[in-house]
Design a protein around this ligand. Structure first.
Ligand SMILES: Cc1cc2nc3c(=O)[nH]c(=O)nc-3n(C[C@H](O)[C@H](O)[C@H](O)COP(=O)(O)O)c2cc1C
Length: 398
């Protein structure tokens, strides 16, 4: 029988060191509570508009370790109007559980009604976007504009919390800029009106994606709250980075966006590392190819072959970032229009890649991709070198 320890809201890493009288049978679950939900893990998939669609969520869930995934942000009004684009964004499947939908909007009634509608569909939670710096979202008072309007935002959120039983969470940045680090105050006001958790990207709106993720900034949000969990976010690309964020901020969980694109195994590997202290080896080239092909098949299933393949043109290069030299692959994959064509590109690439392999079929050391180092684990002054790229998408900055 597995031993399941109720870990409550805070990350209790030290419990991983507990000695059980039945060590082989004891499984310490890094479970966490999110309002009424018990999540199997404290690791979350961050919304990445244009990327974290159903096929990608299913891909990472099959690999394991994800506690909760969130959709790309969805316009509350479009959802209420049942616009096809909004309905496609909330498309889900039995294996895609538990799932939160992220909403944006600034009209309280629309946000409330959209949350009620999502609850009626069986969605596990609703997240409110308060971090998006994109003009289109801020102009209508959504995204990071919400961080500047504390009372108004708290009222809007209370309307949503009161209308549903599922957890309402909020995702924010540290504030508008260095001089306006409003996240602790906003988070506290939202706790008072009943949100179940706060997700915080440890950068300001002004920073965009540059500079260093501030662990101190995330810690300040944790300290501002009485009981609800904070989920830290930003630049987590390795299990060690997740552990450092948990340890140094006391956040209850970690949310991973771009790191999951590089490495869909990150949840499973991080979970293993948090439980055992052991780092699993990086997936082999063959395993990366297997998962990439599975991802493509899911894209085709959900979006149809032509559209799925077109969408996959921007996805495949993320897998290729860990293939070693991949110029040939990236060059050809942007023209792929069918599954058969994709397999042909892959076969060509395998042949081309041979030149970089040793006699065991492994990449020669000088062609291996360098280890990934998140901004907050770098030596001061080197934060920009080797920073994580920001994928192009329907929005240019987040
Ligand atoms: C292309 C792209 C799309 C994003 N879309 C969303 C979104 O829909 N909602 C949101 O709250 N954050 C969005 N973000 C921000 C991420 O969820 C996350 O906060 C940010 O990328 C930092 O985490 P990471 O370093 O793990 O990627 C997006 C980021 C990128 C790069």
């Amino acid at each position: 029988m597995p031993l399941v320890l109720p870990l409550g809201y805070r990350y209790l890493g030290e419990l991983c060191q507990l000695e059980s009288p039945l060590p082989a049978l004891a499984i310490i679950v890094l479970a966490m509570r999110l309002g009424p939900l018990t999540l199997a893990s404290n690791l979350f998939l961050s919304p990445l508009a244009g990327y974290t669609n159903l096929p990608f969520r299913l891909t990472v869930r099959e690999l394991g370790g994800v506690g909760l995934a969130t959709t790309d942000l969805v316009n509350a009004r479009s959802l209420l109007e049942k616009k096809s684009k909004a309905l496609k964004l909330i498309e889900t499947a039995p294996a895609d559980r538990p799932l939160a939908v992220q909403l944006f909007g600034s009209v309280p009634e629309e946000m409330r009604d959209a949350a009620t509608y999502l609850e009626s569909l069986g969605i596990a939670g609703v997240d409110i976007n308060m971090g998006c710096p994109v003009r289109k979202v801020c102009r209508v008072g959504g995204g990071s504009a919400m961080m500047a309007e504390l009372d108004q935002t708290a009222r809007l959120v209370k309307g949503m919390v009161d209308a549903v039983k599922i957890p309402i969470t909020a995702k924010m940045r540290l504030g508008w800029d260095e001089d306006n680090l409003t996240a602790p105050d906003l988070a506290s006001a939202l706790e008072d009106v009943g949100v179940a958790a706060i997700f915080v990207h440890g950068r300001t709106r002004e920073q965009g994606f540059s500079g260093t993720v501030s662990l101190a900034g995330i810690r300040a949000v944790v300290r501002a709250l009485k009981t609800i969990p904070v989920i830290g976010n930003g630049d987590v690309t390795t299990p060690q980075a997740a552990k450092m964020m948990l340890d140094q901020t006391s956040c209850a969980g970690v949310s991973i966006g771009r790191g999951a694109f590089y490495n869909p195994w990150i949840f499973q590997h991080t979970r293993h590392y948090l439980l055992t202290g052991e780092l699993l080896p990086e997936p082999t080239f063959e395993e990366r190819v297997r998962v990439m092909c599975r991802h493509l098949d899911l894209m085709i299933e959900v979006f149809g072959e032509a559209h799925g393949c077109r969408m996959f043109r921007k996805v495949a290069p993320w897998y290729a970032k860990r293939f070693g030299p991949a110029k040939e692959f990236n060059h050809q994959v942007v023209r792929v229009a069918s599954r058969a064509q994709f397999l042909e590109v892959l076969a060509n690439y395998r042949r081309w890649r041979q030149q970089f392999l040793d006699e065991n079929g492994e990449l020669k050391p000088r062609f291996r991709p360098p280890p990934m180092t998140p901004s907050f684990m770098k030596e001061p002054g080197t934060a920009q070198s080797g920073s994580i790229p920001v994928p192009r998408g329907p929005v240019e900055i987040w």
